[in-house]
Structures are given as structure tokens and as C-alpha cells.
Design a protein around this ligand. Structure first.
Ligand code: NAP
Length: 346
């Protein structure tokens, strides 16, 4: 059996480029005792994985990705063959495997079993009901705690985490303001995700436009990108503001350490709180988060927005799109069609 794979051809210098990745084909080898063969159905494209492409990055558990090997990523697949007693053929699994059509696992790849009876397309488990949706949920409900009428600002507001965070803030009755990197995306934030206002983060008049979009100041800033936007937001925070710090996309491609915001003292003046979080540290609360997100989906208060690339060979290009801001919603690669998603959509 042939296995199309996307390899890390070279370590990106700054922004990742299509040429940093190489599509290659290999034979799938026979599995051994203790292994299983997984047919990948979806790949998740996550900005945070950029960190593991750098030489010397990571740690003993998750070291830097090796060159000329399939790029590491979150995957959703089905067990095709198993020589393990704990996994059966046909089971659906999410795992940290690689950008390839077929993966062989010894069961130690951070595997989560999926309940195939859930009535959602499979890609939702990587997006709105997966790590990104739950990041929005934990960041907002535990740290942001938006109150009715408060102003919530979100960076990368049309992205995987941001698109869910904006909708959750709205469900809590807040006024939502999103940052996006093009006029077209700003328009989509308002019309498709219900944001009350949107600000182009590359605008030459950013400070002025942010002030106009937040006439009552900022109560919550859900930060996905860090960098200069945080400094702009700090200039407008209200007393008691909360800042869930989810990620720092601006730093992932930096070749030199970036300067921090010059006005962190605003946190002191306003008695505000900036708090980072890692979603996987809340693993015991995943059922609670999934149930809340699924409830909002079922009630029609939350929608999943996806940016889908067709075919495993598109994974490298799709990953580059994240840093060019070309995605709207959760970026996934559909490796092959599946019956579970087809019946959920019909
Ligand atoms: N803490 C956790 O447990 C956890 C879990 C999952 C993800 N995350 C983090 O959450 C953040 C969002 O991840 P995601 O998967 O949802 O990605 P995403 O938002 O779908 O895609 C990244 C977005 O970042 C924006 N962007 C890129 N370069 C930028 C720049 N220089 N300045 C401002 N914005 C820029 C782009 O949108 P625009 O330019 O159009 O705005 C792009 O669409 C990442 O930092 C990720 O690492 C954290």
C-alpha cells in the first residue's frame, strides 16, 4: 500500500514556506505485534506546532521534529489493522501522529478514543469540539468571565480558537470586537460570526480604530497572538480587566527575542489580570467543555467554521496559510471522505 506523506524538508527560517515541506510516497510496512495501522481521515493544522520545527526546540517528551520525516501533527483516523488487544479495527482515534495517509502507532501517541455515535462531522473533534474549541471555552469561562454588556476583544478573531471564543462571548451577552488581518476577514467577522465590530490589525490607524470600536474601554482581551496588539489593547483596558493569554502567533516565527509591551504597568493601574493557560492541563474537565460546546451547537447558538484543504499533499501549504492569515475558521486537511461525517451532514 502506498503512503503519501509530507516531510519537513528544511527548518523554516522566519515564516514557514511551501518549500520547507516535501511531498513523498513510501510503502506501508507490515505492522508488528503491539502495533496498529491507522488510516488518517483528517489532519489538524495548528500554529503552535511551528515551535517544534526549530532546531533544539521541545523537550524529552516532545523533541524538535526531525528533518526528512513526516511532519508531526494532531490527526483523526480509523484503526485499519490492529495487533494490539486494546484497540479494535474500525475504532476512531485522535492522536499526535503525522501528516501522512497511514500511520503506525504502538499506542503511545497521546491517543484519545472517539465516540462514533456523536452526531457531528469528524472534523469538529479537531475544531469546535476539540482542542481549539475547548481552549476558547476554558480561556473565556475560567479567566475571561465575560459579563453581559462588557466589551470583549479577541485577536486572530476569525481563526480556529478566535472564531469559537467570539461566539462564546456573545452567548454570555458581551459586546464583541475582533482583530483580523484583512478587510474581507473583518467583514466576515461581523456578518458570519456576529462580532459587533472588527479592527484590521495592520491598519495604519490601528490605535484610533481600536478606540472607536471600544468606546466603553475593554473588559476582556482574549489574546491569541501577543506582540504589538497586546500593547494597543493595554492602553484601553478598564478597571478589573481580564486577559486570558492563549497563544503568541507573532512570536512563533521570530528569529530574535521580541520586545514585550512597554505599558505592562497598565495592569497595575487597572488592577487587571493577565493569565496564561494550557488546555491540556484541564484534561479532567474535557467532558464538561465538550458538553457545553455541543449544547450550544445543538441550540444553534454556536457554529463551526472550517477552512478545509483537500488531500494530504496540501498540508504544508495549509500550514503556511495560518501565518499569512488566509484561513477563516479551523484549518484542517481532509485526507479522505468518511461515512460518519457524511451521515452527520445529511
Ligand atoms: N493555550 C492553549 O492550550 C492553546 C491551544 C490551542 C491553540 N492555542 C494558541 O491559540 C492561538 C490561535 O491558534 P489557532 O489554531 O486558532 O490559529 P488560527 O487563529 O486559526 O490561525 C492563526 C491566525 O493568526 C493570525 N496571525 C498570523 N500572524 C499574525 C500576526 N503577525 N499578528 C496578528 N495576527 C496574526 C492570522 O489571522 P489574522 O491575521 O487574519 O488575524 C491567522 O489566521 C495560537 O497562538 C495557538 O498556539 C493555544
Amino acid at each position: 500500500m502506498k503512503n503519501t506523506r509530507v516531510l519537513l524538508a528544511r527548518r523554516p527560517a522566519g515564516l514557514p514556506r511551501e518549500s520547507d515541506f516535501r511531498v513523498a510516497t513510501a510503502e506501508v510496512r507490515e505492522i508488528r505485534n503491539g502495533e496498529m495501522l491507522i488510516e488518517n481521515l483528517y489532519l489538524s493544522l495548528d500554529a503552535g506546532f511551528r515551535n517544534w520545527m526549530n532546531e533544539g526546540s521541545g523537550d524529552d517528551v516532545l523533541p524538535a521534529m526531525p528533518l526528512d520525516q513526516p511532519v508531526m501533527g494532531l490527526t483523526l483516523g480509523r484503526v485499519k489493522q490492529s495487533r494490539r488487544s486494546d484497540y479494535r479495527e474500525g475504532e476512531l482515534l485522535m492522536a499526535r501522529l503525522a501528516w501522512e495517509e497511514y500511520s503506525i502507532s504502538d499506542g503511545g501517541d497521546f491517543i484519545v478514543r472517539l465516540d462514533a455515535s456523536w452526531p457531528y462531522p469528524l472534523s469538529y473533534h479537531l475544531g469546535v469540539l476539540g482542542d481549539t474549541g475547548m481552549s476558547a471555552y476554558f480561556g473565556l469561562t475560567d479567566i475571561g468571565t465575560p459579563q453581559p454588556g462588557e466589551t470583549v476583544v479577541i485577536s486572530a478573531a476569525g481563526g480556529a480558537v478566535g472564531s469559537v471564543a467570539g461566539q462564546i462571548a456573545k452567548i454570555h451577552g458581551a459586546r464583541t470586537v475582533g482583530f483580523a488581518g484583512s478587510n474581507e476577514k473583518c467583514e466576515r467577522l461581523r456578518t458570519e460570526l456576529g462580532y459587533d465590530a472588527a479592527v484590521h490589525h495592520r491598519s495604519a490607524r490601528l490605535a484610533e480604530e481600536l478606540r472607536a470600536a471600544c468606546p466603553d474601554g475593554i473588559d476582556v482581551y482574549f489574546d491569541n497572538v501577543g506582540g504589538p496588539l497586546l500593547e494597543h489593547v493595554l492602553a484601553h483596558i478598564n478597571e478589573g480587566a481580564r486577559i486570558p493569554f492563549c497563544g503568541a502567533v507573532t512570536a512563533y516565527n521570530a528569529e530574535e527575542p521580541l520586545p514585550g509591551p512597554s505599558n505592562l504597568f497598565e495592569l497595575v493601574l487597572k488592577g487587571a489580570r493577565l493569565q496564561g493557560f494550557m488546555t491540556h492541563m484541564q484534561i479532567d474537565r474535557y467532558p464538561e467543555a465538550r458538553a457545553a460546546l455541543a449544547g450550544w451547537l445543538d441550540a444553534g447558538e454556536l457554529r463551526s467554521v472550517e477552512y478545509v484543504h483537500e488531500g494530504v499533499d496540501r498540508a504544508g501549504i495549509g500550514f503556511c496559510h495560518l501565518f499569512e492569515g488566509r484561513n477563516f475558521g479551523k484549518s484542517v486537511v481532509r485526507v479522505r471522505p468518511d461515512d460518519v461525517s457524511d451521515s452527520a451532514r445529511s
